[in-house]
Design a protein around this ligand. Structure first.
Ligand code: NAG
Ligand code: NAG
Ligand code: NAG
Ligand code: NAG
Ligand code: NAG
Length: 398
């Protein structure tokens, strides 16, 4: 027992001596090698680089390969350079997506469009734009009139067109309508799919951070004032223009369903024209809203039409203070029946257009009264195009 213990101790003593010797030797070797490397490197650096770039070049020297000899002032930071060429996080495409043909689903699109910056100051010179959103079944026969209206005001507006899927809008490369078609879905008039299309237009337009006002238009709409007047009127307004009124008759309250309780009470129910103008704030709310959209999709079925009740009711319930409760799109219901009057070539006269621009009535605008109540009008047939173009400069001033 003792012997074995002694051997062990002896053995232990011998090995500790060896280890100590090795440690001293390795320290010496490391020290000498270190001194040599240090001297060689500092000499190299001193020969080639000045003091300011010393650390940078030293790192650079060791990261660059032997095949490409290092040259002064040309750091080989390949990762940073390739990212710079592609611009992985370009502000330009973030602020104003120029390719409207995206592959997002409605769900993805509405989520992106619902984002509102928490920081109020923009990091760029933001010139507010008006988004003109056209909901059409196909061609835009009055496009030449609109092209004339837009001419010369490039940075102040943007155009979005919702068509039937598969239809390709024919616009020349210089037209403001060129490549402004958004990914569209089928729409059945009078159903919730109409609200879906409106939300799709709003969401695509919201992706452009300069859009401040959002106007819904159809293929039979025309402008009745020139662009500067329309722009000033909409951008300067304290309120949005969503018609919202209480109609006690069968076409108003008559379309309310008690199944909408407890979300919507009868006294909150409102009616209004589909053709709206929204501020950016209200547009973002509409693409984000789920609860009342769901109620309307379930219980507002013909003869209830969601496009005439969803926004008027929702804004009345929650955002009445931001709404003027009137529309800026003129229409003629005087003939009666389910559809408004359509005006063709024979009906277009100077007096008629002047009467839409100013019929003697006054409308509230911010804190004042104004004779300009309507900026747009419907419905106009394709045959109205030529006479309207003839009147454009003398009556509509564009
Ligand atoms: C736009 O984006 C789509 C899908 O992301 C792509 O297929 C198309 O080529 C793009 N168009 C242009 C003109 O870049
Ligand atoms: C497209 O429009 C051009 C004029 O802008 C016209 O010449 C051409 O016939 C149109 N094409 C179709 C398919 O309508
Ligand atoms: C409407 O806007 C004008 C000018 O932008 C402002 O002076 C006025 O106080 C606003 N009125 C309301 C009711 O917000
Ligand atoms: C519009 O209606 C709301 C109620 O929905 C009301 O609070 C608001 O004052 C009205 N707006 C104007 C400009 O009268
Ligand atoms: C348009 O003109 C035609 C032909 O003169 C007329 O029959 C029609 O009633 C007019 N339409 C409207 C809405 O005034």
């Amino acid at each position: 027992m003792a012997r074995s213990r002694g051997e062990k101790e002896d053995c232990y003593d011998k090995s500790t001596g060896l280890i100590k010797l090795l440690q001293v030797l390795s320290f010496l070797v490391v020290f000498v090698v270190g001194v040599v490397i240090g001297l060689a490197t500092s000499a190299h650096i001193n020969r080639h680089f000045d003091a300011q770039t010393e650390i940078y070049s030293f790192i650079n020297h060791f990261s660059s390969s032997k095949e490409t000899p290092h040259q002064q002032g040309e750091p080989s930071c390949t990762v940073a350079q390739s990212c710079e060429r592609i611009d992985c996080l370009s502000m330009e495409t973030f602020l104003e997506p120029n390719n409207l043909t995206h592959g997002m689903t409605d769900n993805e699109l509405f989520w992106r469009a619902s984002m509102v910056p928490a920081k109020k100051e923009y990091p760029y010179q933001r010139v507010p734009k008006v988004a003109f959103m056209f909901m059409t079944r196909g061609p835009l026969p009055l496009m030449p009139l609109w092209e004339r209206f837009f001419q010369g005001h490039d940075k102040l507006f943007s155009v979005y067109v919702h068509v039937v899927p598969g239809y390709k809008l024919n616009a020349s490369t210089t037209s403001p309508f060129y490549r402004r078609q958004i990914p569209s879905q089928p729409v059945s008039w009078g159903t919730i799919t109409l609200i879906d299309a409106e939300r799709r237009l709003l969401a695509n337009a919201l992706l452009d951070f300069s859009n401040e006002c959002f106007v819904l238009l159809s293929e039979s709409c025309i402008p009745v004032y020139n662009f500067p007047t329309v722009y000033k009127y909409l951008i300067g307004a304290n309120y949005s223009f969503v018609e919202s009124y209480d109609d006690p008759g069968r076409y108003g309250r008559g379309r309310y369903s008690r199944k909408m309780l407890p979300d919507i009470q009868l006294y909150q129910w409102r009616k209004g024209s589909q053709w709206f103008e929204l501020s950016r704030t209200l547009a973002a709310l509409i693409v984000s809203e789920v609860q009342y959209y769901t109620v309307f999709s379930k219980y507002c079925l013909p003869a209830c039409y969601p496009d005439e009740h969803y926004m008027p009711t929702y804004f009345n319930m929650f955002h009445g203070s931001l709404n003027s409760n009137r529309t800026v799109t003129w229409v003629d219901w005087s003939l009666g029946g389910p559809h408004p009057a359509t005006y063709g070539g024979d009906n277009i006269t100077e007096d008629f257009i002047r009467s839409i621009r100013n019929n003697g009535a006054l409308c509230q605008y911010n804190a004042e009264m104004t004779s300009i109540c309507y900026l747009f009008a419907r419905k106009f047939a394709p045959t109205a195009l030529e006479p309207l173009l003839e009147l454009a400069s003398s009556v509509m001033e564009f």
